[in-house]
Design a protein around this ligand. Structure first.
Ligand code: PLP
Length: 399
């Protein structure tokens, strides 16, 4: 019998080599207690959280928590069914209404995760004879959606407008075309030139889907994302998003103005063949989304945090993923996995949690320490974080 696990041997070896040095496992950290959106207890120590996607700090918002508790009492712990059978409660309709209001769009469809939203929408609208033209650095859920639908995949160089145009022009005449882009790319924290890309896509007869997972709530005047910030949200056919980042819970969605959008509820397999979100989750999401509509002050503070951290890390001598802060994600580029892991552990010992990211999740084989800021980080916390980076950087020889 051939061992189907033998393909993982190189990864198992790499992991064993890394952990044999006595390193704490960076991919198995336990949060023993979570005190707030920005502080948890890890290994018995107070730790500042700088690696969550809790951009707007909604996880402990009193109204959000109260809405979840009320729904748990009134509707129970779960729906035990698909949205198309017994799994659509008043709360599912309420969260879809909140999304329609938030984005000022006609239709909203909620999935159990953002991963499933990409999987479902992409695979359902772009099938076997269609073409999907996508940024090569797209999220795994986008690639998996392409694979599930069996469309022809045409990747183009990251954020390269000319490359997108060239690929679009090579698609056979008359074929269905879907361009898939992200507002913020989560590894380096850079934003897409959506204005140019959407215009070129439309000029070449393509529909456009933008995944705004890392921009919702924060970027754009109303927090609708990069498409709003660049003034082209009405030209985007489908926006994908998640509740697992700025909204502060779990779930995914697609919003659209397409007149036939509602038919997707009957033909989209990752929507039909899975249980719907628990009532407490949709209640927290709806409350959070409605509060995010009035989040201008939080958005302004988050920009301040992002700018201060970016400038401070640069001053310390770290190499960063972008020249200017473009989002709430600041990526610190490490020379290799070993140094990255050592720096990650040194930061943890200082009392700071960041994300260690490595290939294949990262572009160009990079090892990154990904820092994601929260609107609830105080100015003092950001200074404390910079002090920790200075100490850990010197201890590991990174600076
Ligand atoms: C760009 C992008 N899209 C989709 C997702 C999936 O979101 P979820 O956590 O809701 O499955 C992620 C998650 O990290 C993401 O970064």
């Amino acid at each position: 019998m051939s061992d189907l696990f033998s393909k993982f041997d190189p990864l198992i070896q790499q992991r064993e080599d890394l952990l044999s040095t006595g390193l704490t496992d960076p991919f198995n950290l336990v949060m023993e207690k979570v005190e707030s959106p920005t502080v948890a207890i890890c290994n018995g120590r107070r730790t500042i959280l700088l690696g969550t996607y809790n951009y707007m700090g909604m996880t402990f918002d009193p109204d959000v928590v109260a809405a979840g508790k009320k729904a748990l009492d009134e509707y129970g712990s779960g729906t035990t069914g698909s949205r198309v059978l017994n799994g659509t409660y008043a709360g599912h309709k309420a969260v879809e209404d909140a999304l329609k209001d938030f984005y000022a769009m006609d239709h909203a469809m909620v999935f159990s995760t953002g991963y499933q939203a990409n999987l479902g929408i992409i695979s359902t609208i772009a099938g076997k004879d269609d073409y999907i033209i996508l940024d090569i650095d797209s999220h795994a859920s986008i690639y998996d959606g392409c694979a599930l639908g069996n469309a022809q995949i045409v990747p183009f160089r990251h954020n390269d407008v000319e490359a997108l145009e060239k690929r679009l022009k090579r698609v056979p005449e008359g074929a269905g075309k879907l361009v898939v882009l992200e507002g913020v790319y989560s590894m380096l924290g850079d934003i897409a030139p959506l204005k140019e890309m959407v215009a070129i896509s439309k000029a070449n007869g393509a529909m456009v889907l933008v995944d705004e997972a890392h921009s919702m709530g924060f970027i754009g005047e109303n927090g609708r994302g990069v498409a709003e910030a660049q003034g082209i949200i009405d030209d985007v056919d489908f926006i994908i998003g998640t509740f697992s980042k700025s909204v502060g819970t779990v779930g995914g969605f697609c919003v659209s103005n397409h007149p036939k959008f509602e038919i997707l509820r009957l033909v989209c397999r990752p929507y039909v063949f899975t249980a719907s979100l628990p009532p407490s989750v949709v209640a927290t999401a709806a409350t959070s989304i409605r509060k995010l509509m009035d989040g201008a002050d939080k958005r302004a503070h988050l920009w301040e945090n992002s700018k201060r951290l970016h400038a401070g890390l640069r001053q310390l001598g770290f190499q960063l993923g972008t020249d200017e802060p473009q989002s709430a994600i600041i990526a610190v580029i490490m020379p290799d996995l070993e140094t990255g892991a050592a720096m990650w552990e040194a930061l943890l010992k200082e009392g700071l949690y960041v994300n260690l990211a490595r290939p294949p999740a990262t572009p160009a084989n990079m090892t990154l320490l990904r820092c994601s800021l929260c609107a609830e980080h105080s100015g003092d916390q950001v200074e404390e974080i910079l002090g920790m980076f200075a100490a850990a950087g010197r201890a590991t020889g990174c600076i």
